[in-house]
Design a binder for this molecule. Structure first.
Ligand code: GTP
Ligand code: ZN
Length: 358
């Protein structure tokens, strides 16, 4: 069996990293169970576990592979048994969430997503503040967000809702759609590209599965069940979490994507307007409370910024602080996410130089 991994999104960025591990095979994670993964290599799909050394060296959950990750595995003959994951290649993007409980460590929900569709229905689920949260998270993941408003058929004030969305979406594309008449579906399709990975987030019931089934041209869960051994060797069936679309492109749909809590957020992009105004406050550390010369309070007073948006901005700021990370840690976190670690970044740079000078 020979599988063309380009269809699964293997491009120059990952191939170049993979080239530096000659004795291992490059593969992409398609399913994550608790400790067992499914990975697809050019020889087909196989179960995999991380090596003992890998687990020992991992500092937190984010170091472990996630669905969408490109990994280096040991070569195995034939498509049976389990292979060993030795390395996670540097992620181009990573969607994170808080780990349940009080821990401040994050968990990767999915990696290497190119376009993330933020779904919200135009009826019951409609909530501008929720869009702000998702946008903040999407920007931070380094995937490009697109807003998808579903159930347009159940909405009788679309222009007004769209205006509300535009006021917070800052140049992000907005698509409204309906499964009733397939309005907007072609526009969504236009974002799907050979070798590019997409994902859908949003509250339960907004219509994510409906859209995925449409793109897959079939009922995903019914047709993509795989039989495999669980941790205890029992045979179970699971749904693939990374799927090839029939006309090219890849969709990631993991249980964790379906409800997301904010872990880290990139406020400066979602709230570029607020930050620009805040930069004009007399004091650089202005809390926009009672300080004199506060440009934010002035903007609210003269109506150029809505009070609600300001409250939402402050709440998100607090949440990010609660996640236990200051801006410096956030930066480090980003470097880690992109390059594995600072040491790893140096190693890759060096490798690249050596290659060029050869
Ligand atoms: N009227 C209308 N109903 C829709 C539309 N899209 C989806 N639905 C219905 O909404 C319900 C929920 O849709 P799903 O696609 O299962 O929603 P989901 O976001 O995948 O939900 P979870 O699996 O819980 O995350 C289903 O009954 C769909 O038929 C739409 O555009 N218009
Ligand atoms: Zn101020």
């Amino acid at each position: 069996m020979h599988i063309n991994l380009k269809h699964y999104g293997l491009d120059e960025y990952f191939q170049q990293q993979a080239n530096s591990y000659e004795s291992w095979l490059v593969a992409r994670v398609t399913v994550q169970h608790r400790e067992v993964y499914n990975v697809i290599s050019e020889y087909g799909e196989i179960e995999a576990v991380v090596s003992g050394k890998f687990a020992y060296q991992a500092e937190d959950y984010t170091d472990f592979p996630a669905v969408g990750d490109w990994v280096m595995v040991e070569r195995v003959d034939g498509n049976y048994g389990r292979t060993v994951i030795h390395k996670v290649l540097h992620r181009r993007s990573a969607l994170m969430r808080k780990v349940a409980g009080a821990e401040t460590s994050g968990q990767i929900i999915a990696a290497n997503i190119d376009t993330i569709f933020i779904c919200m229905s135009l009826n019951a689920d409609f909530n501008i503040r929720r869009i702000e949260r998702y946008l903040t998270m999407a920007w931070d993941s380094m995937a490009s967000p697109v807003i998808v408003l579903t159930k347009a058929d159940l909405c009788n004030d679309l222009p007004e809702k769209l205006n509300q969305i535009y006021s917070v979406s800052m140049g992000v594309d907005v698509i409204s759609c309906s499964s009733e008449n397939r309005m907007g579906y072609d526009t969504i399709y236009a974002y799907v590209e050979e070798g590019k990975t997409i994902a859908f987030v949003g509250s339960s019931g907004v219509g994510k599965s409906t859209l995925i089934n449409y793109l897959m041209e079939q009922d995903v869960c019914k047709t993509n069940m795989i039989r495999e051994a669980d941790d205890k060797g029992r045979h179970t069936t699971t749904c693939r979490q990374l799927l090839l679309l029939p006309k090219g492109g890849i969709v990631i749909d993991t249980p964790g994507m379906r409800e997301l809590q904010i872990f880290t957020g990139n406020l400066s992009k979602t709230f570029a307007d607020m930050e620009a105004i805040a930069a004009q406050c007399r004091f650089s550390n202005c809390s926009h409370g009672t300080e004199p010369g506060c440009a934010v309070r002035e903007a609210i007073a003269n109506g150029s910024v809505s009070e609600k948006r300001f409250v939402s901005y402050q709440r998100l700021q607090r949440e990010i602080a609660y996640a236990g990370l200051n801006s410096r840690q956030l930066e480090n976190e980003k470097i880690n996410r992109m390059f594995g670690s600072k040491g790893e970044m140096k190693r890759v740079k060096k490798q690249f130089k050596n290659k060029k000078s050869r």
